[in-house]
Design a binder for this molecule. Sequence first.
Ligand code: F0G
Length: 482
Amino acid sequence: MPEIKFYKHDPLPMEMHKVKIVQKLNLLPAKERLEKMKEAGFNTFLLHNGDIFMDMLTDSGVNAMSDNMQSAMLRADDAYAGSETFYRMRDKLEEIFGIKYVLPTHQGRACEHIIAQRFVKENNCVIMNYHFTTSKAHVTRLGARVEELVKDEGLIEKSNLPFKGNIDLDKVRACIEKEGADNISYLRLEAGTNLIGGQPISYENMKEATDLAKEYGIVTVLDASLLQDNLYFIKTREESMKDKSIREITRMIADLFDIIYFSARKFGFARGGAILVRDEEMFHSMEDYITMFEGFLTYGGMSVKEMEAMIIGFDESMDMDIISQGPQFIKHCVDVLDNYGIPMVTPGGGLGAHINARQFVDHIKSEEYPAGSLVTALYLCGGIRGMERGTLSEERNADGSERIASVEMVRLAFPRRVFTLSQTEYVIDRVKWLYDHRHLIGGLRFVHEPKTLRFFTGRLEPVSDWPEKLVEAYIAEFGEDQ
Ligand code: F0G
């Protein structure tokens, strides 16, 4: 999208759509939010959505559909086997990616399950630029391990590098030499990366990394769940690609890989997933897993209505007006907060704005969950739900000690086409207020701690009465009804 110019004003991100269906939001007063937080055991995953004003937990399965997506749902062809909807979806994916073999799944982690099941062997290694929680879990479950070989600069939170998701080619070569190519199940590139702040990977880096894998006969896999953001960054930040269309760039990327998979809860604006396989034999070798774990080969656990919607969503992901929205809103949010002096992950990437919680609340020790505490405080002070990305999401070491996360972040996701600029400004305002009152935020401790994935269902309590004090200060500033 050409940036819309403003008179006597720097450009603002612009919604390139209008609102046609709305959902009423609820802004509970701060005191009620405190009660809800107590009921939820200070775990934002346990809050009810109706008690949340700005749900910025994730961009997964909560993106706004377009009128065209909704109307396409009406023509969904319900059939256990041979649904015409599936063939339309397969044809659209072939048109965009140039790969004709498609395995449907119910969501992204199901693709990961099947790919891992097919290629991973015990004591193998999978090379990635960076892991995602579920992509790693499926590898380790089978007794293999993940080597994350993102360039060192990708982990530096504050920076102005355009492609912090790039993989380090020297490290990749060294890893292959050390492990032996036969012991590497596949090379998986995530474009863009989730856990290091939605940072993109360049086309050039994908080309070099996949060339290297091919030299050694290693299977190449693309996780395209966040591809639409990454496409925007390639088009706007990679000099050699600026004159290419989004479709051309997509095709050039696709041509590099043996397998492409995605969560259609993100890519495609709907709910589902798919694995695209270039080689016919390889495709047939994976079919049985679909029928065993997902559903028949022409729906794979998805609703055909969602499939019809995502067919349109794939086309919309090729439209620069549409895919530029998320990154532009995120950039606005990150830049304003960064200028205010708040420690943000820069430059703004895709998916969401990321706050460096370790620095934001540097008085809270890692064992008392800085990012978890900040996420709690954000809900109390504004009804905003972000996602903790830090030590709280780790599992304890075997000896019971905390495994301290290398990055301690709070993610404020921007589900696509959902929030307006004034809502974004509200979030910016509340984060600024909280930063100026950060000394009032305290730590948390578990009262009920599940062994695995404790962040989903665990219950916590504050280490002192800091939530009450924080809410008091908030009310003194904004009044009882906010
Ligand atoms: N790959 C990436 C890069 C993802 O971000 C996700 C999900 C998945 C795979 C798994 O897909 O959820 O459909 O099973 N990310 C979500 C998030 C959960 O909130 O970031 P899924």
